[in-house]
Design a protein around this ligand. Structure first.
Ligand code: NAP
Length: 509
């Protein structure tokens, strides 16, 4: 691997959108927006760039008192303001945020490159996807409907009727992971605010900047002042929000381990849990070689494999194995890793700990009979796109790369001759987010579609949740609920029963 990232990293936000103080050593210190105030406290936390691990910004960490005041403001005012403005007004606010984000998109892209280590292309993709998600809000409405239940199918309910309506819960706590710091905050905000909820965003500690920016744009777009807050707390201190009874819904995206913690502490609340995964892909013997290998390489490497829908396991039918293996290795060897500000394919992992985990997983695979056939090396938090060959499904099951999600551009490749065995193996993983299939044999595809315990299956495509045009979400330890346009709006169902007995409305024979 070449020497990487020698240029200094400076986060230079010029627009006045996002409120900040300037630190003595010239880095911006952001003031989180807490439902009515831009907060300036006494404790400053710092944010580093994964590019060279230098400090690029800070933010004022809210203390317990300010968090309590925020919750109270949102509960007593913000949640009511959000539901009391008409729905079409909420849509206008969301559309306006899209316009503002577009106006400030260059700055937002820079934030994602410097604070998350995305390449320009990946960062631009996330910003455009976020704008698109906001603009597609009208499509959410196609499924946000209630119901009517006539009473005359039961003797007890004659001369009555029921209306089943949807209404906002009140306050949604949106807990956001580091890998899509803007899109995940936007997406959760859209589907929570659209039906009239107030939203508290808890960003990842590594990169809260995108959420600070989003709240400032929402404010500019006219959201009621107490209906949004961004509370940047370290995960281990987030219990103060998670367990609070004023919050009725938690929309969480993150690892399965953290998801379990959140569920344990939340008590009885509605939850949407978008959790870990890492996906398997099946390559059948009649697959198109170039399509399959190109898309699999993208699936393994994009955003350095730090995606829940990244490919981690490649299962290939025996007769086509050599061709697929060699095709993937050839394409992986061309993947350039380096400073994401340069012309490279992938940038760094989010921190050195993530690269340590990559190294541990590679060593573990080798110790269990795996052979590194592409990549394998690491420098600080930069790692190469890596493929590990293993001789059998049984051997693969012993590996950490099979048992755990390793958030890096690394996958295992294995051949199979019996499709049922391959399906059984994949279903033994604790995760069940997505799977992909490359091939054309309709009978085999149909069988895979029927038997795989996953939330989404991509045929002749690598798994890609995108903006949620098609809904996504996991089974087993990969999650509860779905995100996606029209599938994740946060509403409470309320049944209203009207009794007209004896009022002459109905005349039954
Ligand atoms: P993570 O470590 O689980 O953190 C996710 C969020 O939870 C962060 O904001 C984190 O804050 C917070 N958190 C940590 N401990 C907490 C606790 N005890 N209570 C409440 N919140 C807590 O995940 P990540 O590394 O940021 O993101 C990567 C993971 O997200 C992967 O597993 C990936 O598969 C998953 N993901 C899933 C989807 C999907 O659609 N299924 C999409 C994207 C990502 P701190 O940063 O302060 O620790």
């Amino acid at each position: 691997m070449n020497v990487i990232a020698t240029k200094p990293v400076k986060l230079d936000i010029k627009s006045k959108v996002i409120q900040k103080a300037v630190h003595p050593n010239d880095i911006p210190v952001f003031k989180p927006y807490l439902a009515g105030i831009f907060y300036k406290g006494s404790e400053v936390k710092y944010i580093s760039s994964p590019i060279n691990n230098s400090k690029i910004a800070g933010f004022f960490k809210p203390d317990a008192e300010s968090i309590e005041q925020t919750l109270e403001r949102i509960y007593t005012k913000g949640r009511l303001d959000a539901r009391n403005i008409p729905g079409e007004e909420r849509i206008k606010i969301l559309q306006k945020i899209a316009d503002l984000l577009e106006e400030h998109s260059d700055e937002m892209v820079e934030i994602l490159v410097l604070n998350t280590g995305k390449t320009w292309k990946a960062a631009r993709g996330e910003v455009e996807g976020s704008i698109d998600r906001l603009r597609k809000v009208n499509l959410d409405l196609r499924r946000m409907q209630g119901d009517f239940v006539p009473g005359d199918w039961d003797e007890q309910t004659l001369e009555s009727e029921g209306i089943i309506k949807r209404e906002p819960f009140g306050i949604v706590l949106a807990i956001v992971p580091f890998n899509y710091p803007l899109f995940d905050a936007v997406n959760k905000f859209v589907y929570s605010f659209l039906p009239g909820n107030a939203v508290i965003i808890k960003p990842a500690s590594a990169n809260p900047t995108a959420s600070f920016y989003l709240s400032a744009l929402a404010l500019k777009a006219g959201i009621p002042k107490s209906s949004i807050a961004v509370v940047p707390l370290p995960g281990e201190e987030t219990e103060i929000l998670v367990k609070d009874s004023r919050i009725q819904v938690i929309s969480f995206t993150g690892s399965s381990r953290t998801g379990k913690e959140v569920i344990k502490k939340a008590g009885i609340k509605q939850v949407i849990m978008e959790l870990g995964g890492g996906d398997p892909v099946f390559v059948l013997e009649d697959a198109d070689l170039d399509t399959a290998t190109s898309k699999i390489v993208t699936g393994i490497t994009s955003f350095s494999g730090q995606r829940c829908d990244a490919i981690k396991i490649v299962l290939v039918e025996k007769s086509i194995y050599e061709d697929i293996r060699n095709g993937i290795v050839e394409k992986l060897s061309k993947i350039e890793v380096g400073d994401p500000r340069e012309d490279v394919d992938i940038g760094p992992l989010i921190n050195e700990k993530a690269a340590d985990l990559f190294e541990i997983a590679v060593k573990d695979a080798i110790s269990k009979g795996g052979k590194v056939i592409a990549g394998g090396s690491r420098w600080r938090n930069y790692v190469e796109a890596t493929l590990i060959e293993v001789e059998s499904l049984e051997k693969m099951k012993e590996m950490m790369l099979f048992q755990e999600e390793v958030f890096a551009p690394v996958a295992v490749i294995v051949k199979f001759s019996d499709l049922d065995d391959a399906i059984k193996t994949v279903n033994e993983r604790k995760y069940g987010l997505d799977a992909a299939i490359f091939g054309n044999d309709i009978n085999k595809i149909r069988k895979l579609v029927r038997l795989l315990d996953v939330g989404a299956i991509y045929i002749n495509e690598h798994p890609r949740h995108g903006i949620g045009y098609y809904p996504f979400g996991g089974r087993k330890e990969s999650g509860i609920g779905r995100e996606g346009i029209g599938y994740s709006y946060v509403t409470a169902i309320k049944t209203i029963v009207y009794n007209y007995k004896g009022k002459g409305v109905w005349e039954y024979m």
